[in-house]
Design a protein around this ligand. Sequence first.
Ligand code: KG4
Ligand code: ZN
Length: 338
Amino acid sequence: MIVLGIETSCDETAAALVNSDKHILSNVIHAQIEDHQPYGGVVPEIAARNHLVHIDSVINKALADAQMSLVDVDAIAVTAGPGLIGGVMVGVMVAKAMAATLNKPFIAVNHLEGHALTARLTDNVDFPHLLMLMSGGHCQILMVQSLGDYTVLGKTIDDAAGEAFDKVAKSLDLDYPGGPQVERLAKTGDVKRFLLPRPLKGRDGCDFSFAGLKTAARNIILAGEIKTDKDKSDLCAGFQEAVKDCLVDRLKQAFEMVSVDFKTVVLAGGVAANEYLRSALTSVCHDYGKEFVAPPLKLCTDNAVMIAWAGLERLMRGQCSDLNFQPRPRWPLTELKD
Ligand code: KG4
Ligand code: ZN
């Protein structure tokens, strides 16, 4: 079986074809970073209009790269939420129109489920597994029990981890998205020079909080302490170190909280690009006898392969959606259980 996946929930217009033998036949992503860079973050209205402009060519390229046409596709899967609703509606309307005219199944995919299932495609990870989902918009630790059955162990009570990276970067006049810039500067920085808070570290549960950390970093900038490149690097290093300590502490907490036996911890979302954080989390996993998996970067950040795959997992179980499915700006994973 072959599924066409479509993703338009944030600032990537993406389409991909994946088959049930776990082969990625094509993976096309049109990123809009330059359109949003002047504003230091994603502007929903601009994103939605851009999706409308690019969606046709992105889908056509996905078909061409796979050397296929629409008749070869068994179903159309699309992100139907959560996300920026203007963009989600663009993808959903295109997918519904295609499914209706081709008379093929339509599958409304939860974007977070896409992230949650990717490692099953890329690394053959089995249920159940633990997922740390760390992006610009999402920050949670989940137990992925089976398809549609997810338990949220903890989530952020304010900013997402990637969002904190982006905001600190913005305060330092670095380009958006800030994560890669902060990681780059942190490499030559002194982690001990600026002592920053580790919100919620040592507390029960495994919720996250990054607002206080971000504000502490910003206060150092406002106090005029950051003048040279070396100052910038030291602040980035101190900030990244604090994020690392928080993630490590929360993951250890999750290990304590979970009673289900599981083998693997999966890190997904754009923050998984951060090598420093990845290596810290890998070593915690090894200490606890767990395998650590981060899908290839292109599949960790937003993409349509994960949507096609989540659609396939559902299709293979005989599930598809009604054509009157309403796009959902908010759609917690815990609401997917039948
Ligand atoms: O998953 P993603 O592409 O989009 C969503 O937010 O859904 O994640 C983007 C986020 C941004 O906040 C970006 O700054 C962060 O991931 N990010 C990083 C790194 N690369 C991207 N954060 C820390 N270190 C990085 N190397
Ligand atoms: Zn995402």
